[in-house]
Design a protein around this ligand. Structure first.
Ligand SMILES: [Zn+2]
Length: 79
């Protein structure tokens, strides 16, 4: 029998001050979510990668492009 599925791992890439769509000027986290295909519970290849920005004040989160996430990481590193 073949046992397969997916496993998702989250990695926090940066924390920086941004203004969220609700108008909060608060710390936001930039997280990379990687979904991997698993075979017999062993992660194999990457299925998809998402980048999410979340407001730490209200918890509102939204997907951003890889390029935008990279921009935010660079911005966080330079402040
Ligand atoms: Zn907010």
């Amino acid at each position: 029998m073949l046992i397969f599925g997916t496993r998702r791992t989250a990695r926090q890439l940066a924390v920086l001050m941004l203004t969220c769509p609700q108008g909060h000027a608060a710390a936001h986290t930039v997280t990379g979510l990687v979904t991997r295909f698993t075979l017999f519970f062993v992660p194999t290849f990457r299925v998809r990668t998402r980048h999410v920005v979340q407001c730490t004040l209200c918890g509102l989160s939204g997907d951003v492009s890889k390029e935008r996430a990279q921009e935010l990481v660079t911005q966080a590193a330079s402040t």
